[in-house]
Design a protein around this ligand. Structure first.
Ligand code: MN
Length: 248
């Protein structure tokens, strides 16, 4: 318990930015080590999309992109900041560290941070790991991630089928993920609602939003069609960059 307090104080001293990462590294082993993640820093801000709302057509339609970003994600940002506003000392943490250690949060805001903070991080990663088809989107995995996929799954095609199956079998709302641990081992699984892979001590590499708001306007109830189409806009370069960062 005293080591936790000590670490918390160190984190507060280190503040935002590189200092926290250094402290996390020095103090490593007490908690899951979580790389600084999309969604940081706090207070949260809605990240601008790195492409136009219509850029992912026809695989993801313009209206869905606009509503998803300006309404759904924006509401999560507001919800997270509202939850944290009475606790300014918590805002020195990384959101990834917070999600990895939800039990350390005040009980009054634990669920709000899990839902809104998880959602903010999940969506921030989602936007950053897509690109227009043929202009950064689609194709095959690259870099160290491509090697790891071949070693662990045999082929990118098989990996995609596992991610799609996990997303298709999620009852209700959630996400389907490719995640990794600090040793670089890859995992495929689905989380319910806005739960984050950081809650399992993992780093999210690639996630597909399978809430109906992510696909219903174009695909109606055909979630499997949306999942198949999504791979036309996956930004493997960005996903590999997340993997290489997680390994450092
Ligand atoms: Mn969503």
């Amino acid at each position: 318990m005293t080591t936790r307090m000590g670490r918390r104080q160190l984190l507060a001293l280190a503040g935002r930015g590189l200092g926290s990462a250094v402290v996390l590294s020095v103090m490593g082993g007490l908690r899951p080590a979580v790389a600084r993640a999309a969604g940081d820093p706090l207070p949260a801000v809605l990240p601008p999309l790195p492409y136009a709302y219509e850029a992912l057509e026809p695989f993801i339609d313009t209206q869905t992109m606009m509503l998803h970003h300006t309404r759904h994600h924006a509401a999560l940002v507001t919800g997270l900041n509202n939850a944290l506003s009475p606790y300014p000392e918590l805002q020195a943490q990384s959101l990834g560290d917070m999600l990895a250690n939800l039990d350390d949060l005040p009980a009054a805001i634990r669920t709000a941070v899990r839902n809104n903070g998880g959602g903010h991080m999940n969506h921030s990663i989602f936007w950053a790991t897509m690109a227009p088809s043929g202009a950064g989107g689609g194709g095959e995995p690259v870099g160290a991630l491509a090697t790891a996929i071949t070693v662990q799954f045999g082929s990118a095609g098989y990996l995609k089928s596992l991610i799609n199956a996990a997303g298709a079998s999620r009852f209700g709302s959630g996400w389907t993920w490719l995640a990794c641990d600090s040793a670089g081992k890859l995992y495929v699984y689905s989380t319910p609602n806005q739960d984050s892979t950081y809650m399992s001590g993992h780093t999210s590499l690639l996630g597909i939003d399978v809430w109906e708001h992510a696909y219903y306007l174009r695909y109606n109830n055909r979630r499997a069609d949306y999942l198949n189409a999504w791979w036309n806009v996956v930004n493997w370069s960005a996903v590999n960059a997340r993997y290489e960062t997680a390994l450092r």
